[in-house]
Design a protein around this ligand. Structure first.
Ligand SMILES: [Zn+2]
Length: 228
């Protein structure tokens, strides 16, 4: 039996809609111009042109000058990036002393909200700039914290998940991306989220401090550099 083309079109878009309680037709969304603009090419070009190039003219995935990158790619006003040249110095209130570890955490830059809705929350983002080639070693962090990882030929690592009763390794780590995921219990994230979960803390600062204490946080004065 032939179906009405209008009904077919209707069923087609229904297949794209999640059952979340609100259904809006795609023609209505387009009419309201509420669709994702996939033309990200200009943004992409702006991003690439802000990166340094290698000898072959290929962009190098490295941000050599963060204030300049933030200005040209994100359009941030130079004076909003505290700690950057031409901007105010970082206030001491952004320092987090860690007496137990005998050190103080401080950002390299901080993005100030020029019109904070809540005066106690005037900082949007704290940024720590690390030297090139000192990626946080997610495998070293996990192994030091008791996860027994096995390297697969693909370069990925697997292990028994430390967060649920795992009998078949469902815990997967992709060091190149600095990410992990458990396909058994569904948790995942970065090295920082791993440490938070492992130690049962919610504070980013505490997780960073713990990684520093293990001697695994990339230090600005390290001369460990990739030679490539
Ligand atoms: Zn798990």
């Amino acid at each position: 039996m032939a179906k009405d083309p209008a009904i077919l079109a209707h069923q087609e878009w229904l297949g794209y809609v999640q059952p979340s309680g609100l259904v809006v037709s795609i023609p209505a969304l387009i009419e309201a111009r509420a669709y994702v603009n996939r033309n990200i090419s200009p943004d992409h070009q702006r991003f690439l042109s802000a990166l340094p190039s290698d000898r072959d003219g290929e962009p190098v995935p490295e941000i050599a000058n963060f204030p300049e990158f933030a200005r040209s790619v994100f359009g941030w006003a130079p004076e909003d990036l505290y700690g950057a040249p031409g901007a105010p110095a970082l206030p001491e209130t952004l320092e987090a002393p860690l007496p137990a570890y005998g050190e103080t955490l401080r950002p390299t830059y901080a993005l100030h909200d020029f019109q904070p809705a809540d005066p106690t929350r005037e900082w949007i983002l704290l940024i720590e700039v690390l030297p090139t080639g000192t990626d946080l070693d997610i495998v070293a962090v996990m192994e030091t914290m008791g996860v027994s990882l096995t390297r697969l030929q693909s370069g990925r690592f697997v292990a028994l998940c430390p967060f649920h009763a795992d009998t078949n390794p469902s815990f997967s780590v992709t060091p190149g991306k600095g990410l992990w995921q458990c396909f058994g219990c569904g948790v995942g994230g970065t090295a920082i989220t791993f440490v938070k979960r492992r130690l049962g803390v919610s504070s980013h600062v505490e997780a960073v401090a713990a990684i520093r204490e293990l001697g695994l946080w990339p230090e600005a004065d390290d001369d460990i550099r990739k030679t490539t």
